[in-house]
Write a protein that binds this ligand. Structure first.
Ligand code: NDP
Ligand code: MG
Length: 385
């Protein structure tokens, strides 16, 4: 029995994690969970999974919950998430599952590492903002971090049993996002509703917009850099519309190993939760004959400038990726709240990268300060009313 500490239980990844728990009731026990605003959904999860501790975004919600669940320990705010991540256990097999969105996932990951709790990470922003520091901490505390993102799960599976020095390049596949068939000239007027219709995956709002701008792929390049310890130029991206090949690795003998499966996040989630075991799951088996064709196309930096900004930030290092992430979080939030148009997302990110003070070797606190100051400037400038 593995104990799970689940951050972001009410989200797209969180609910799929719980789906796997439901199907394997003797394998997992959910000890803590967090939600931000979806309190009704959290109530259902409390009734079903009976955690020992939950945390919510707002104090008033925690007070209301406490009245209905007098025996449940309840926290709130950023500190409550850290409590959920580090909740004490004497059990030998515990796993933090971080399915938060945005930089809110960073500090709980850091604190969980410090109590030597292994981590299954969906929250890619943690590695984008502070990958160097996270890697140092993982090393120092001898903690394992397992990726949940489908591309990284694919690469992780492709690398099993291979010597690191034989890796020639990682090939990360991209669906191309919601607007892959739109000309750039049509992007100026696209609506939030249009942007939220992803062709292959059903995901949270922020990552769906990140997929449409291809910033998601840029983040995945940075994530891969920190997870697999290769150089930026060894990480390539390629458009693959079908989302069947989840990523590939080319080795020094020019063998390319790929991982294929239906596009269903329960596979990479299950792989991370059960690692090192591979177990059966409800994911549909692929019918290759019916699929018949898999296509691959070059990604254009002109078409997708955000991907280019991500490579630039990764090559620059220091706090550049924290600037990239903060500007993206603020810009996507403004777009989702109909304060800016779609193409302004990339303009805002470029502006932030060009104007924010660069720090060569930032501390964790300097990265958090970078995040706060970049967002403050963007909201001051672009938020209406
Ligand atoms: P969702 O928006 O669906 O869920 C996010 C979760 O985090 C919810 O439980 C939400 O609470 C909570 N949350 C949101 N903002 C905050 C905050 N400021 N503080 C605390 N909690 C917060 O996101 P996804 O599940 O889609 O994505 C989660 C992470 O996984 C992201 O980093 C994403 O990039 C990554 N990922 C997602 C994939 C997917 O298929 N969805 C695929 C690969 C990676 P509430 O709902 O209660 O408000
Ligand atoms: Mg992905």
């Amino acid at each position: 029995m593995k104990e799970l500490y689940l951050l972001g239980a009410t989200g797209s990844i969180g609910t799929q994690v719980l789906d796997i728990v439901k199907q394997n009731p003797t394998e997992f026990k959910v000890i803590t969970m967090t939600a931000n605003h979806r309190i009704e959904a959290l109530r259902h999860l409390i009734d079903e999974f009976k955690p020992r501790f939950v945390s919510v975004g707002q104090e008033k919600d925690s007070i209301a919950l406490q009245k209905d669940y007098p025996n449940l320990a309840i926290g709130y705010g950023p500190n409550g998430i850290i409590q959920a991540a580090t909740y004490h256990s004497n059990h030998s097999d515990t796993l933090l599952v971080n399915a938060l969105v945005g930089i809110s996932g960073l500090m709980p990951t850091v604190e969980a590492i410090k109590i030597k709790r292994d981590i299954a990470l969906a929250n890619k922003e943690t590695l984008v903002v502070a990958g160097d520091i996270i890697n140092q901490l993982l090393q120092e505390y001898q903690v394992n971090l397992y990726p949940i993102d489908s591309e990284h799960s694919a690469i992780w599976q492709c690398l099993k049993g291979e010597a690191h020095k034989t890796i020639q390049r990682l090939i990360i596949t991209a669906s191309g996002g919601t607007f892959r068939d739109y000309l750039r000239s049509h992007l100026q007027t696209v609506t939030v509703e249009e942007a939220l219709k992803h062709p292959n995956w059903s995901m949270g709002n922020k990552i769906t917009i990140d997929s449409a701008t291809m910033m998601n792929k840029g983040f995945e390049v940075i994530e891969a850099y920190h997870l697999f310890h290769v150089l930026p130029h060894q990480i390539e991206t390629i458009i693959h519309r079908e989302s069947i090949v989840h990523s590939m690795v080319e080795f020094n003998d020019h063998s390319i190993i790929a991982q294929l499966s239906d596009h269903d996040m329960r596979l990479p989630i299950s792989y991370a939760l059960f690692y090192p075991k591979r177990v059966s799951n409800p994911v549909r088996s692929l019918n290759l004959v019916k699929l018949a064709k898999l296509s691959f196309e070059e990604v254009s930096f002109d078409r997708y400038p955000c991907l280019n900004y991500a490579y630039q930030a990764l090559n620059k290092g220091g706090n550049a990726c924290a600037i990239l992430n903060a500007a993206n979080e603020a810009a996507v939030d403004l777009f989702l709240n109909r304060q800016i148009d779609f193409l302004s997302i990339e303009t805002i990110i470029k502006e932030a990268l060009d104007t924010t003070t660069w720090i060569e070797k930032p501390t964790l606190m300097q990265l958090m300060d970078t995040d706060a100051s970049v967002k403050k400037i963007i909201y001051q400038r672009y938020k209406k009313g």
